[in-house]
Design a binder for this molecule. Structure first.
Ligand code: KG4
Ligand code: ZN
Length: 341
């Protein structure tokens, strides 16, 4: 077995440029992150802008991660880099950078699935017992996994259409808020103490898959019915009505919380041997959802873990962590490592 000790993790799958140093014995040594702001004005991530910005920032982030860990590139044993899934242009920047560095400096290379990074991100800060259930929710995906051990996990269900974060982003956009919408939806909902005013439909079927596009449409037609949205002009007509925005945001959040709880309860019935529940991905920044799921876990006598916010959204630390156990398992990549959207 290869005795890899220091791992440089690189993450550039979307609109965050991040690098981190992880040492097998000591855990995370540093974490540098640049989050692109310019997408706010466009209501979503613009791929060309994202990849151009990745190119500008990557060198600086890797240098910062090395400096903050008080090491040089010579001390690094392995370079772990996200190679799927994500935006092609953004992924290419990270993978080409990692390959060039690994080739020039004679380092081992490991391509990492970004979703595996999120799924194991709780281990950066907590010692989570296996097996456990993991709910992963971000702007690009929503999935439920059974986690058996390091690198060993099974997909139990996933979204059939929109991701949960996408529902927050799209509803926020309907009300003319910038991307990402999750944080503002949470703020508005908190202002009226998370009341469910609109009672949007939540499917309580027996499947472990998710579907959020119907919910998004229900919100849209509710706004149209209330005379608050012009479908033809795609215009929000009540920007001054804080009450309306609070009620929509709060009802949406409560609805998504109920769906998450329902799916986790179903999965727990099928997997009674699990010891914990984890909640990861950008949507796990949401305090209401965390408390909601933590209450479910307590009721079922299980522990509950979620990463701190900096490790919920995309980050190089989770990539370095996965790189660390893959290196210990001898799972290295060749230099023909490709990207997959
Ligand atoms: O993991 P992430 O940074 O990127 C993806 O892989 O998508 O997640 C970003 C998503 C966005 O949809 C954003 O609206 C959502 O996470 N998000 C939140 C909150 N903060 C970020 N959703 C709900 N509540 C929040 N506080
Ligand atoms: Zn992500």
């Amino acid at each position: 077995m290869h005795q890899a000790r220091i791992i440089l993790g690189i993450e550039t799958s979307c609109d965050e440029t991040s690098a981190a140093i992880y040492q097998q014995e000591r855990g995370l040594l540093s974490h540098a992150l640049y989050s692109q702001e310019h997408h706010k004005n466009y209501g979503g991530v613009i791929p060309e802008l994202a990849s151009r910005s990745q190119l500008e920032k990557i060198n600086g982030m890797v240098e910062k991660a090395l400096n903050d860990a008080h090491i040089t590139l010579d001390d690094v044993d392995v370079i772990a880099v996200t190679n799927k899934p994500g935006l092609a242009g953004s992924l290419l920047v990270g993978v080409c950078f990692a390959k060039a560095l690994a080739f020039a400096k004679n380092k081992k290379l490991i391509g990492i699935n970004h979703l595996e990074g999120h799924a194991f991100s709780t281990l950066l800060e907590h010692s989570v017992p296996f097996p456990h259930l993991c709910l992963s929710a971000s702007g690009g995906h929503t999935a439920l996994y059974r986690m058996n051990g390091l690198g060993d996990f099974e997909l139990l269900g996933q979204t059939l259409d929109d991701a949960a974060g996408e529902a927050f982003d799209k509803v926020a956009k309907m009300m003319e808020y910038p991307y990402p919408g999750g944080p503002v939806i949470e703020k508005l909902a908190q202002e009226i103490n998370f009341i469910d005013v609109c009672n949007y439909p939540r499917s309580m079927d027996k499947s472990l898959n998710f579907s959020f596009s119907g919910l998004k449409t229900a919100v849209l037609y509710d706004l149209v019915k209330k005379g608050a949205y012009d479908l033809r002009a795609k215009a929000f007509l009540c920007p001054e009505s804080r009450t309306l925005k609070q009620e929509v945001a709060s009802s949406l959040l409560v609805c998504i919380g109920d769906i998450f709880k329902h799916k986790l309860s179903l999965a727990l019935e099928q997997h009674p041997d699990v010891k914990a529940i984890t909640f990861v991905g950008g949507v796990a920044c949401n305090k209401y959802l965390k408390e909601h799921l933590s209450t479910l876990a307590t009721k079922k006598k299980l522990s509950f873990f979620a990463p701190s916010s900096q490790f919920c959204t995309d980050n190089g630390a989770m990539i370095a962590l996965v790189g660390s156990y893959k290196a210990a398992q001898g799972k290295f990549s060749d230099f023909d490592l490709d990207i997959f959207e």
